[in-house]
Design a protein around this ligand. Structure first.
Ligand code: URA
Length: 242
């Protein structure tokens, strides 16, 4: 059954009229300027359909997740500033191009965020990667920082923060606090994630309006256990152990 409170739209190549395109659930649009949702292309919707399907096995889940992660990283890189860079081609002509202005690093929120590291490495050779482990404190049921290992010069880098699911936002918001406490300006942080809840995205927009969130899809919401719905279940379990 289709999720009723999410938009449905015709999905297919542009040359096909809407009447000849199948309808599919597409991302909920959001009013926050700092949240960038990937274009809802037929390819993206097909990839998301694969990883959302409870019958998709681990090998396919990894393969199709990696393809979405690659799209996210490529789009994330479009948000980094560039400077003029003129080069000479092998036929002796000049080409007025650009190159990235600053240094970057990835920071994954363990464990699920580690699944996104390879996609970042595939695009940015020998990129430095830091890690943050945040878990729910059993006594207070609030997120607690257990471990972090970050590049020493992180304050001078643009940071791509990696976590596939933005549910309540508890861990990701705490990770931003950690990065800011190490001197990373809010506007130098890009948060890449596959599926976001509207609640989590709003918390980000309210608390850290200068952090750019790049997501593939905004879902309907959260269930009573704080799983994203319709979602895809536990991303870390499906990627690493199931
Ligand atoms: N983390 C997940 O892996 N899935 C959710 O639905 C929410 C958080």
């Amino acid at each position: 059954m289709a999720s009723d409170s999410q938009p449905q739209a015709p999905v297919g190549p542009e040359y096909r009229p809407a009447t000849q395109k199948p309808k599919a659930t597409v991302s909920t649009p959001l009013p926050h300027d700092n949240v960038h949702i990937l274009p809802q292309t037929p390819q993206l919707i097909a990839l998301l359909t694969m990883i959302r399907d409870t019958n998709t096995g681990r090998a396919d889940f990894i393969f199709y997740s990696n393809r979405i992660i690659r799209l996210l990283v490529e789009e994330g890189l479009n948000h980094l500033p560039v400077v003029e860079h003129e080069i000479t081609t092998p036929v002796g002509r000049n080409y007025a191009g650009v190159k990235f202005e600053g240094k970057i690093c990835g920071v994954s929120i363990m464990r699920a965020g580690e699944s996104m590291e390879q996609g970042l490495r595939d695009c940015c050779r020998s990129v430095r990667i830091g890690k943050i482990l945040i878990q729910r404190d059993e006594e207070t049921s609030k997120p607690k920082l257990y471990y972090d290992k970050l590049p020493e010069d992180i304050a001078d880098r643009w940071v791509l923060l990696l976590d596939p699911m933005l549910a309540t936002g508890g861990s990701a918001l705490m990770a931003i606090d950690v990065l800011k406490s190490r001197g990373v300006p809010e506007e130098h942080i890009l948060f890449l994630n596959l599926i976001a809840s509207p609640e989590g995205a709003k918390k980000f927009a309210d608390r850290f309006p200068k952090v750019r969130v790049v997501t593939a899809f905004v879902d309907q919401g959260l269930d009573e256990k704080n799983y994203i719905v319709p979602g895809l279940g536990d991303f870390g379990d499906r990627f690493y152990t199931m």
